[in-house]
Write a protein that binds this ligand. Sequence first.
Ligand SMILES: C[S@@+](CC[C@H](N)C(=O)[O-])C[C@H]1O[C@@H](n2cnc3c(N)ncnc32)[C@H](O)[C@@H]1O
Length: 340
Amino acid sequence: MAMAVMRDEAAAAVFELSTGVHGSAVVRAAVQLGLPDAVGDEPTTLAALASASGARPDTLRRFLSLLTTFGIFAEVAGNRYEHTPASRALRSDAPDGPAHVIRLGGDWNWILWGLLAHSVRSGECAFQAHYGMDIFSFFAQDQKAAEAFHRGLAIVARREDPLVADALSVKGGECVVELAGGSGSLLRAVLERHPYVTGVLVETEQALATLDPALRQAPLASRFRALPGDCHVRAPGGDVYLIKQTLHMWDDETCVRVLANCRRAAPPGARVVVVEQLLSDGPAERRGRLMDLHMLLVAGGKERTEQEFAELFQRAGLVFAGVRGQAGDLRLIEGETPES
Ligand SMILES: C[S@@+](CC[C@H](N)C(=O)[O-])C[C@H]1O[C@@H](n2cnc3c(N)ncnc32)[C@H](O)[C@@H]1O
């Protein structure tokens, strides 16, 4: 590879960075082929892996050799492969479920990052440019892609939602409305912590197809209602509105519309709690900046600073209250409906 002859350290380092695409492709293909699930507790033969993955044995052998160089599987005598910690972590039943999160992005995630220069040049959402529709219209037409997306999100949410629910203060008797709450794991965590609170989840039909079953069963079902609907158009009445990691998918105008829908539906003094990672005004931090561009590519959205959120709340006619809680990297950014 060209890097071997590069004398300049900066050139070699930046070239190395450019090859990150290889690692990403390799892990993704291993998951797509189902290899981590196909290897059991005992070493598994190449023939068995070829049959489980539907791959040609000759190309699969070459691919497995490459995988072993990344520490994903180890080759043992007799053309057999066994798990390493990395390949085990990629199994569908692994506790943290990275395989589900890798599948979340389907083909579209891969395609969209290839269009980064286009989106930077034009400011255009890459998904819309490539598919000719927004991502949620795409999911309405492709149930399999929608399921993979919501399953992956639910794995991430399972880790963060209990922290968000712990950081959220609600009073008995209040109705908590969650807009765009995915499979409902945050609302579930809130209802479990507050036995006298009711909950309404406003979501798309595709997301509600993946609803957390606990919300349909006792003891939560009697306090929970799923409401298929479009939060761009209206919100139901409630005392506390939750919108988690969703406003970053949308441009400012759409966010203002969603926040204003809450204001119109709620009584004076109701709270709107936006849960997002905040961009700092200080030096750039890579994770936040990557997510910022990811949002541009996927949905035309962006990550925001606290000041930018304050402006959205004010434009929607809400009284901005600032950051009132923290859950890991996420902040609970609050506003209230005005008294009159
Ligand atoms: C990035 S996900 C966040 C899901 C969840 N809040 C979480 O933190 O895991 C955005 C969610 O918005 C939902 N959504 C998109 N457009 C919507 C709309 N117009 N009305 C209601 N929900 C919508 C999607 O189905 C998806 O579950």
